[in-house]
Design a protein around this ligand. Structure first.
Ligand SMILES: [Zn+2]
Length: 404
């Protein structure tokens, strides 16, 4: 059994205080010890760096990793969706390798920027065989879309086949993503939650992303209806109205794990609803949120209420890169009142919790997987204050004990 000892100036285990001149011991793919290093102990000395748990990027769409820059315009949101749909139709043709290449490039980019676990939305054509042999573990949420009942039936069949693959791969866990309230019928949402329960699988859903979505739910009108009619997917009888995100949250709450992706416009009672349920999380994508010019995100209110808030980059369709570390730097620069230790937890343990694997990763703890990163330290002062800065670099990513 291979034993590795890694020494560093600092170790930030996340679930306990930082350790100066620390050592992490790894046997095969598992952490066996984290402690102060003995002076003359044989170990690989990484030097003036901090070792942290690997980052968890809880929301991506890797298939857009070949997009040169985010889709335009950012607003109105329905026009951004139209650009995205046009790109998929143009690039993801049957003989094209763009989608496969993008999955591979995206996984590599995520790993090199410190991500060891990814929450990924998988559309038709997504396959783990196109991923590089080495890279982050992935929760692949099969995207389900359908507003008409005949579409729902087909989607549920696909979803069942998708979840039946769980256990076949060390690398990929299969979950479901009923896309959003404006693209999924009530039957399809309900059916996907039933399946998730049966297979003990997580569910991720885009929710409360725009103000227009709230109008759509309450009145069944607005730009989403126009867009769906132009796509030819609007059901003749329309959809139920008089709804709000809380009605969707009540359904999502039945999933073994429920990830509310974005949640930009959740009301106070909806934040309370999520905070009261440990199986539910909100995934905040800071730079994507800024790209769309939304109103301030309620992540700090969620944290104050005790909710789990994970972070994501979202895809390159709305973000210039897939670096979760840069999301932390972005937050550090804008919210100097939030403790860096809190940000570090959002980018690691909170993401692991959202995906249901907090017993397995997210902190540097004996018994957990050796998903670790090393980050260069920029100065000689308080290491936590100086950890998350534009100067700090991810110098090493170790997934399950194996370095890149
Ligand atoms: Zn998304």
């Amino acid at each position: 059994m291979t034993l590795q000892r890694l020494k560093a100036k600092w170790i930030f285990p996340v679930d306990r205080p930082p350790i100066e001149n620390g050592l992490v011991e790894v046997s095969a793919s598992v952490i066996t010890a984290v402690r102060v290093a003995d002076r003359n102990e044989a170990a690989t000395d990484l030097g003036d760096v901090a070792i942290l748990p690997g980052l968890v990027n809880a929301h991506t769409h890797l298939e857009f990793s070949r997009v040169a820059q985010p889709f335009q315009p950012a607003r109105p949101f329905t026009d951004w969706i139209r650009s995205l749909v046009a790109y998929r139709r143009r690039e993801f043709t049957p003989n094209s390798t763009v989608q496969r290449d993008a999955l591979s490039a995206g996984a590599t980019e995520a790993e090199s920027s410190g991500t060891t676990l990814l929450g990924e939305i998988a559309t038709s054509g997504w396959s783990e065989v196109t991923l590089p042999t080495h890279g982050p573990r992935i929760f692949a949420f099969r995207e389900l879309i359908g507003l008409r009942s005949e579409a729902a039936e087909l989607q549920i069949k696909l979803a069942e086949e998708w979840l039946a693959r769980n256990g076949q791969s060390d690398r990929v866990t299969f979950g479901l993503s009923p896309h959003a309230p404006y693209s999924v019928s009530p039957e399809l949402l309900q059916g996907s939650i039933e399946l998730a329960k049966r297979f003990d699988a997580p569910v991720a859903m885009h929710l409360a992303e725009t103000r227009e979505e709230l109008d759509f739910l309450s009145d069944g009108r607005g730009p989403f209806v126009e867009m769906l009619k132009s796509f030819g997917t609007w059901p003749e009888g329309g959809l139920p109205t008089g709804l709000r995100p809380l009605d969707i949250l009540r359904v999502l709450a039945d999933a073994p794990r429920g990830l509310v992706v974005h949640g930009n416009y959740l009301a106070d009672d909806e934040l309370e609803f999520i905070a009261a349920r440990s199986q539910m999380s909100v995934v905040y994508c800071p730079r994507t949120h800024e790209f769309f010019g939304h109103e301030p995100h309620p992540w700090r209110q969620l944290l104050a209420k005790g909710a789990n808030v994970a972070l994501g980059t979202d895809g390159r369709g709305s973000n210039p890169d897939l670096s979760l570390w840069k999301e932390l730097v972005f937050l550090r620069e804008r919210f100097s009142d939030v403790a860096p230790s809190t940000l570090l937890e959002l980018g690691t343990l909170a993401g692991a919790r959202a995906l249901g694997c907090e017993h397995d990763c997210g902190t540097i703890t004996p018994g957990k997987r050796a998903d670790l990163i090393a980050v260069s330290l920029s100065g000689g002062g308080d290491p936590l204050e100086e950890l998350i800065t534009t100067n700090s670099q991810i110098v090493r990513t170790i997934v399950g004990g194996k370095a890149v």
